[in-house]
Design a protein around this ligand. Structure first.
Ligand code: GTP
Ligand code: MG
Ligand code: ZN
Length: 365
């Protein structure tokens, strides 16, 4: 358990924009006293939040739990919520204040739902192991998610102690990360922690992303200087895929930065528009601008700058393939979203017609 927080709202990232959002909500509900709080941990409808008076337990108000409220609109770690404070002394999160950034993925399974992983993130630290976890294609997927979220990506290559040629790996990553900072670290040995600290500024919020077992919780413990987060003890083969961290939780670092630990994600499906993809593959986009035809598909068209770069070796085939794969995933998502929207619309009209028929019958009788 971390020590209870004794911080001002500003220490937690509160600003004028949030204050204005709260004030306008307060105007619509003058009979309530709305209190701002930042979500440290969200498990179902139970929240742990930081308020101006310290750390408190809170619940999610019924209003936000109604079926008509999309899951993506319920409070997640990093959110700022406006809480009502009923006479019984409890705290109930009634509104989620507008999110500056949000890290989203498609929820697991067949449903086409947005799952918000964390909100109001300034920096997303993508942790990748320099062991068997190393995978540039997964890195591209994570970078796409981060650019889409509005946060700044930082790539941290961990388990330096297990790697023969870390500089070669770093060079490979830099080709894909296109200007995002790349840190080499061994969280076990405390190497690279200073570099990481320099990216988590006071009052700013960072999140750790990466597969299970890459050392995210070990990094947090290193930064906090004490073993706060549980780290996987043994590494047996049947331990694979089991998550040590089960909830996202926000920590305050000694330097004043805020950091969210995350359970590892095995499969991260994209959510959102193509803008995150375009930022991740800026090299491909720049080439595509030089193609003779504006709608070039880079397949066999004459004057295609992308195919030319493949031939000359300036662009790796695997990178173009990765781009195409993620692009088609997003296009498929768009189709599914449109279908879902159509179904919702149809259902709405069905309900309206049923209601009209029913009231018509009433009138006749
Ligand atoms: N060799 C080596 N092992 C490390 C390093 N960092 C972490 N580990 C080990 O990797 C294992 C997993 O570390 P965790 O910090 O629990 O990983 P995690 O990313 O938090 O995992 P989840 O909570 O499941 O997502 C532990 O046995 C750590 O001791 C490192 O830099 N080098
Ligand atoms: Mg963990
Ligand atoms: Zn082309």
């Amino acid at each position: 358990m971390p020590p209870p927080l004794k911080l001002t709202l500003e220490d937690l990232g509160w600003d004028d924009e949030l204050a204005r959002a709260l004030a306008s909500l307060q105007e619509t509900e003058p009979e309530l006293r709305l209190e701002p709080a930042r979500v440290l941990l969200a498990v179902g409808s139970a929240l742990r939040v930081a308020t101006a008076d310290g750390e408190r337990e809170a619940s999610v108000a019924g209003r936000l739990r109604q079926k008509s409220v999309a899951r993506s609109e319920r409070p997640v770690v990093g959110d700022w919520v406006a809480c009502e404070t009923p006479a019984d002394g409890t705290l109930r999160a009634k509104h989620v204040l507008p999110r500056r950034t949000k890290l989203s993925r498609k929820s697991a399974g067949r449903r086409t739902d947005e799952q918000v992983v964390a909100a109001n993130i300034d920096t997303a630290i993508i942790v990748m192991g320099l062991d068997g976890d190393f995978n540039l294609r997964r890195l591209e997927r994570l970078l796409t998610t981060v650019w889409e979220s509005g946060a700044r990506p930082v790539v941290l290559l961990n388990k330096l102690d297990l790697c023969e040629d870390p500089e070669a790996r770093r060079a490979e990553v830099e080709e894909v990360a296109l200007g995002a900072p790349v840190i080499l670290a061994s969280s076990l040995e405390g190497v690279g922690l200073d570099a990481l600290r320099s990216h988590i500024l006071p009052r700013q919020t960072a999140v750790l992303l990466g597969s299970s077992g890459v050392g995210k919780s070990t990094l947090i413990n290193g930064l906090l200087g004490e073993p706060v987060q549980r780290v996987r003890e043994v590494r047996s083969s049947d331990d694979r895929g089991r998550h040590t961290t089960t909830h996202r939780e926000l920590f305050v670092l000694p330097g004043g930065g805020l950091l969210i630990d995350n359970p590892g994600v095995r499969e991260l499906q994209l959510w959102g528009s193509e803008s995150g993809l375009e930022q991740t593959f800026d090299d491909v986009m720049r080439l595509a601008e030089k193609c003779r035809f504006r709608d070039c598909q880079h397949e066999s068209e004459p004057g295609c700058a992308v195919l030319e770069a493949l031939r000359s070796g300036d662009l790796a085939e695997s990178r173009l393939e990765s781009f195409r794969k993620l692009q088609s995933e997003l296009q498929y998502l768009k189709v599914r979203q449109d279908e879902t929207a159509q179904q919702v619309e149809k259902q709405k009209w069905r309900t309206i017609h049923r209601e009209m028929r029913r009231s018509g019958r009433h009138r006749r009788t």
